[in-house]
Ligand binder design. Structure first.
Ligand SMILES: Cc1cc2nc3c(=O)[nH]c(=O)nc-3n(C[C@H](O)[C@H](O)[C@H](O)COP(=O)(O)OP(=O)(O)OC[C@H]3O[C@@H](n4cnc5c(N)ncnc54)[C@H](O)[C@@H]3O)c2cc1C
Length: 470
């Protein structure tokens, strides 16, 4: 690791109060923050209501908590602002170690959620921004002001690229597979009719497929009716996240890893109101620093309720449930499928049903299921769990009758940060500046489950708008 000269640090637009704070570049060019806090300024900067045991080390305009895809997309937007400093804080040794790296990597069309929900709006907007980026041939330019207002450019692009050809030439690989939603009963067929009407209303293209085309395109798939979503696709989310990291650094933004937010207190730095963030390094000799931020964005994924509750009164506390989803892979060449295949989802949209997804190498996986768990870090998957394997086999058999149970294998898990408890109805994303509680400039993002990956660029845009005067 290289010790960064103080003169370089100042060029990051971050204001330092102490000479003794060591800053290091880590391998992936993120900074790692920690300090012995041996020689510090006095506490005289602070609001008298704030009691601090240690003084302040760093001051920034925007502090983002959480280096998942959403925090990074927000930091990418805010770091573009001229004359302002942006710092993203991540507790792990690298960004992208939690939910953002344990999902299906599907670009969702935005079909399922209530029309006026944030999930619908942000998914559709996020999908358009994401495809614009993917089609930009890695020029890295997304023109937010002149970005597409409907999905026709995605459909047109499918035709130009000789329909469903895998594109590996781009630096962020993607494959616009399209998705089939398959009905097995009359009730489910009625659901598809309603889903198509809804998709027309919200401007998401869908169409029904004739039985003949069904059989010729997907001979292994069983359905009495198929609704096709041609704008659904898959992409390499890791390459996308690398792009976001690169853009943040290119914009002179900062990413600090190995730095856990342990407390937040409203306060001021003498001139401005804001928040004092206490950060602990996760090294073998834990050490603390304090950072002053004029605005704070809580994008801490599975821990975002804990972060929000550090500052909100108990009457406004959030509660997240942790909901594990298992994935099973499929060995063997007997099964060839070209589209993502989804059953009709359960009514409360607790998940989208155990569906078939493809990765960019054509590998087939099934999942995720739904299991409420106690711990947000319980990623374990039991390879000997025959009852779970049976449940997967029975669910998939309804739409792929030829599936063989002995070819299923336990693959990996991801954990959803859910606002709905077991059996509770749909709950939307929470993306909110906590003005009602008197916390101007403090934005909470809670319950950012699926379609959070698809929505990430649109969430960045939304937070940028929320903080437009700051
Ligand atoms: C099984 C599954 C499948 C999914 N499939 C899809 C899909 O196909 N398409 C789609 O659009 N969406 C999908 N999603 C949803 C998507 O993955 C998430 O919405 C998205 O990744 C959330 O990103 P995030 O940045 O909010 O959270 P995270 O990726 O969890 O990032 C939060 C970060 O905050 C950090 N953090 C937490 N506490 C602290 C602290 N105290 N101090 C510092 N840092 C902290 C964490 O370490 C973490 O890195 C899926 C989700 C799951 C679980």
């Amino acid at each position: 690791m290289i010790v960064l000269p103080r003169s370089n640090i100042l060029s990051f637009k971050i204001r330092f109060f102490s000479r003794s704070v060591p800053y290091f570049f880590s391998k992936n060019n993120c900074i790692s923050l920690y300090s012995s806090l041996s020689t510090k300024k006095s506490n005289s900067h602070f609001d008298s209501s704030v009691s601090l045991s240690q003084p302040l080390d760093v001051s920034v305009d925007y502090l983002i908590i959480g280096g998942g895809v959403v925090g990074l997309a927000i930091a990418e937007r805010l770091s573009k602002r001229k004359g302002k400093s942006t710092l993203l804080i991540e507790k792990n040794f690298k960004v992208n170690e939690e939910t953002s790296s344990r999902n299906s990597e599907v670009i969702h069309a935005g079909l399922y959620y209530p029309n006026n929900s944030l999930k619908t709006h942000l998914c559709i907007r996020g999908k358009r921004l994401l495809y614009s980026l993917l089609f930009s041939n890695y020029s890295g330019q997304i023109n937010y002001n002149d970005s597409p207002t409907d999905d026709s450019f995605i459909i047109d692009s499918l035709l130009v690229s000789n329909s469903f050809e895998k594109s590996k030439s781009l630096t962020i690989p993607y494959y616009r597979t399209g998705k089939w939603v398959v009905a097995q009963t009359d009730d489910e067929s009625n659901y598809l009719t309603a889903l198509q009407e809804k998709s027309t209303k919200i401007g998401v293209p869908t169409y029904f497929l004739s039985e003949k085309l069904q059989k010729s395109q997907e001979p292994h798939v069983n359905a009495i009716r198929v609704l096709v979503s041609p704008t659904t696709g898959i992409f390499d989310s890791h390459a996308f996240i690398n792009w976001l990291e690169w853009k943040i650094q290119d914009n002179d933004g900062n990413i600090a890893v190995n730095s856990k937010v342990t407390n937040i207190i409203p306060g001021n730095d003498g001139d401005n109101r804001g928040y004092i963030i206490e950060i602990t390094s996760a090294s073998s000799t834990p050490s603390k620093i304090k950072i002053f931020a004029k605005s704070v964005i809580n994008s801490a994924g599975l821990y975002s309720d804990k972060i929000a509750n550090m500052i909100l009164p108990p009457s406004h506390h959030y509660k997240l449930y942790h909901v594990k989803g298992h994935y099973y892979g499929y060995r063997g060449s007997d099964l060839k499928v070209n589209h993502l295949i989804y059953p009709v989802p359960p009514k409360n949209l607790a998940n989208l049903g155990i569906h078939l997804i493809l990765d960019l190498n054509g590998r087939i996986r099934f999942g995720p299921d739904v299991l409420y768990i106690q711990r947000p870090d319980d990623y374990e998957i039991n390879v000997d769990d025959e009852s779970r394997k049976d449940a997967f086999f029975n669910a998939v058999k309804t739409y792929i009758p030829t599936i063989k149970k002995d070819k299923l294998y336990a693959d990996y898990t991801g954990i959803r940060p859910k606002l709905s408890g077991p059996g509770e109805p749909f709950k939307d994303f929470v993306i909110k500046e906590e003005i009602d509680c008197g916390f101007d400039g403090f934005v909470n993002l809670v319950g950012i489950e699926s379609p959070g990956l698809t929505s990430s660029l649109a969430i960045g845009e939304m937070v940028d708008n929320i903080l437009k005067d700051r």
